[in-house]
Design a binder for this molecule. Structure first.
Ligand code: DGJ
Length: 732
């Protein structure tokens, strides 16, 4: 104990000497006394960002890694390149976190430390707020760090406010710009496209800047989910090595810039994409950047994922305590081609299947311009009387009569030109004057920066839900991005505000949904996974990962998302896409928030039996473990012919193992993880197709956790599309 303390004091003294620290503070596991601060520690139970105020009053970073680890000693007195939150124009020549053109035209900013405040928001969450101020201008930056101690997640964002004589212009505004400890770094990104989301690619970073971004504004994450992994000194591994997980909470254009400077030091800038987004900030107005979420582990990517999952389940998702219901959605089954009779028969199917909510998708609205295909009707949120003569409340009641919740699809930010809405308000869309309208899926984005449009968009949700109180679920879709960023509402000099003000207005409406309809569950969707981030997810219960429901592709898509987003949020529906073996399809969907998107009448009797037989045990037995357990990825589909992972309940008494064979050939054992080594687990294969016996050699045996983790199980999966779901229950 004594040696440990002596070493820490020594480290502080050395730093003090090296940096000319303004005031030495003794290190302790306690939050730092930080007024005036010299060392500021942003702490979770396992990780720490260490900051320091130099004699020049600039804020520097000493480390980002293990809690209380000795941080590397810098070789020289810090200069502009070492600033924790570097600003452009006064010595810093790399990619800046901040670039401001002040009211008088000065393009430089020189931030000095003013104060640091620490507060405990509750026994687990604390906030450190550091104020910096320009050495000359009345321009203030607040760097905020909210820490979630037990979950090892740090939420970081910046705020700006000023009292200059006129508006100033923000040109760069990163949420975070940390430097990473010396080493080699491998970056994993999660890119894709429509129906091919969350594909993982890893590369070693070298000198210069690697930018991952979106310039789409709306449905902004179509090509890339705003998350990444940085692995230190080797490619990312599941159970070993230092991994930094980064996730940005922003549903608009974003940018991650990974810059390795000539000395080989890596800094990551994360935030709103500065592209075309200069923002004029008036005196007294507060500009708040999106939140950047970090989790660090020296035990590999698996631990980073579990940190994010636990945290998201507790602090992000709505209704954290509720298990996600089994849905029957009609989109894949009917597209726009349905009527009341068809829906009532699907309700019966849902009931027979054991589903809990029926979700009515696109196509229920439009009077003068019926939404019978994607060419017309978007924006006219009145029920189509020809298709649904008795309206939505009638349907909600009919669903309730069968013990089902009733969900509805909305796309409240969009409009077809062939609609009453567009005929009344052609100026409500995002478009560029003097350019032909650029349609995507035959529609346009509503300009939410215009208050009347924003209100209209909200009223579409509000009226639908309020006048049909039987609605228990809402899918919020968004099927195009911005290609002509013009607003007829914003002044000519503020067109660049569109990207940011749109997202703020969107969050305003999403907040209204979440607060006005606390009992209505919400699913985020944007033509599949075009809008999946932790900020939007604060207002929702789940998200639609992809329009691709071919289970073979879903193995990869769900694997990719699993690095950040918990299984309870990931809607996974059984469809006939790809026409894969039905058991494989069911097994893949059962590893997330299970749902169905099938026409019951078109399933064979055997498939109906299989589906019904799968739903009951999923709901009763597997769902709590899948949706609330800890995930351990065991075999990567990227590395061979198989994918395998298990979920383990918090008390380690229960686990479910999923094994998917995506190619022929692999017969190795699957070693479990996360179990209690001393626990005795009863092994039983579940979700066997009716009439089939298990060929798992260990089926029915009791094995101890240590053996299961050391020697593993030997699933009978060797041919493409073989799959097994194995339940492990410990004796008490
Ligand atoms: C795109 C979504 O991803 C689908 O699930 C479906 O809701 C369609 N839009 C409806 O237009």
């Amino acid at each position: 104990m004594k040696t440990w303390l002596m070493r820490k004091i020594h480290v502080v003294v050395v730093f003090g000497f090296m940096f000319g620290v303004t005031r030495l503070v003794a290190q302790s596991a306690e939050p730092p006394d930080s007024s005036p601060a010299s060392l500021i520690k942003i702490l979770t139970s396992r990780s720490q960002i260490t900051l320091m105020v130099g004699t020049d009053r600039h804020l520097y970073q000493l480390g980002f890694g293990l809690t209380n680890a000795a941080v590397a000693l810098p070789k020289k007195t810090p200069g502009r390149d070492d600033d924790f939150y570097p600003s452009a124009g006064d010595g810093y020549v790399f990619e800046p976190a901040l670039k401001v053109t002040h009211a008088d035209g000065n393009t430089s900013t020189d931030l000095e430390f003013v104060r640091s405040d620490y507060s405990e928001l509750d026994s687990n969450v604390s906030l450190t707020r550091i104020e910096l101020r320009d050495a000359y201008y009345p321009f203030h930056v607040f760097l905020n760090f909210k820490t979630y101690r037990a979950e090892d997640v740090i939420e970081e964002w910046a705020e700006y406010v000023h009292e200059e004589t006129n508006a100033l212009t923000l040109e760069r505004f990163a949420s975070a710009a940390p430097e990473f400890p010396t080493g080699d770094y491998w970056l994993t990104q999660f890119h894709g496209d429509w129906a091919k989301e969350a594909q993982m690619t890893e590369e070693k970073l070298t000198f210069g800047i690697k930018v991952l971004d979106s310039k789409l504004g709306v449905r902004a994450q179509k090509y890339r989910t705003p998350v990444f992994l940085l692995s230190r000194n080797g490619p990312a591994a599941e159970t070993t090595g230092e991994i930094y997980g980064g996730a940005l909470g922003w549903s608009g254009s974003y940018q991650f810039a990974f810059e390795m400077n000539p000395q080989g030091r890596l800094r990551t800038l994360a935030g709103i994409n500065p592209f075309d987004s200069a923002y004029h900030l008036r005196a007294g107005e507060l500009f708040s950047t999106p939140k950047m979420f970090w989790s660090w582990s020296d035990a590999g990517a698996g631990q980073v994922s579990r940190n994010f999952h636990r945290w998201a389940r507790k602090y992000i998702l709505r209704h954290p305590e509720n298990l996600r219901p089994v849905l029957l959605n009609n989109w894949e089954a009917t597209r726009f081609d349905f009527n009341e009779t068809k829906l009532l028969s699907l309700f019966d199917s849902a009931k027979a299947l054991g589903a809990e909510v029926f979700l009515l998708d696109d196509g229920w609205f439009g009077e003068r311009f019926p939404r019978d295909n994607d060419h017309a009707g978007l924006g006219d949120w009145q029920v189509n009387p020809r298709k649904l003569p008795h309206g939505l409340s009638y349907l909600a009641k009919a669903a309730a009569g069968r013990g089902l919740g009733f969900g509805i699809w909305l796309e409240p930010e969009m409009v077809n030109p062939e609609s009453e809405l567009y005929q009344r308000h052609p100026d409500w869309v995002i478009a560029q004057p003097h350019r032909p309208l650029d349609l995507q899926r035959n529609h346009l984005v509503l300009d939410l920066t215009r208050p009347a449009t924003r209100e209209f968009s909200w009223s579409a949700i509000d009226r639908t839900l309020r006048s049909n109180p039987g609605i228990t679920f809402m899918k919020w879709d968004c099927n195009r991005f911005i290609t002509q960023p013009g607003s007829s509402y914003l002044p000519a000099g503020e067109q660049s505000h569109l990207w940011i003000d749109y997202v703020r207005a969107l969050y305003g409406n999403m907040d209204r949904f979440a607060t006005n309809f606390p009992d209505v569950m919400g699913m985020l969707c944007a033509g599949g996974g075009g809008r999946v981030d932790f900020e939007a997810l604060r207002r929702f219960d789940s998200f639609w990962p992809s329009d691709c429901t071919d289970p073979l592709d879903r193995v990869f898509i769900q694997w990719g998302y699993s690095y950040f987003y918990p299984a309870c949020a990931m809607a996974a529906h059984v469809t006939r896409m790809g026409n894969r073996p039905f058991k494989f399809t069911l097994d893949v969907a059962m590893s997330g928030a299970l749902g169905f998107d099938v026409d019951w009448q078109k399933l064979s009797p055997q498939q109906r039996t299989e589906a019904t037989a799968a739903v009951a045990p999923y709901k009763e037995d597997l769902r709590p473990i899948v949706q609330q357990g800890d995930l351990y990825r065991l075999v990567s589909p990227y590395h061979g012919q198989r994918s395998a992972f298990d979920y383990v309940s918090a008390d380690c008494h229960r686990s479910v193992l999923f094994v998917y064979q995506i190619g022929s050939g692999n017969a190795e054992s699957v070693k479990l993880a996360g179990l209690d080594p001393q626990g005795h687990y009863h092994v039983s294969e579940v979700n066997l197709s009716p009439g089939k016996n298990s060929h798992l050699p260990e089926n029915g045996r009791v094995l101890d956790g240590a053996a299961l983790m050391r020697d593993g199980l030997n699933p009978d999966c060797t041919r493409k599309f073989d799959s097994e779901v194995i339940d492990l229950t410990a004796d008490h």
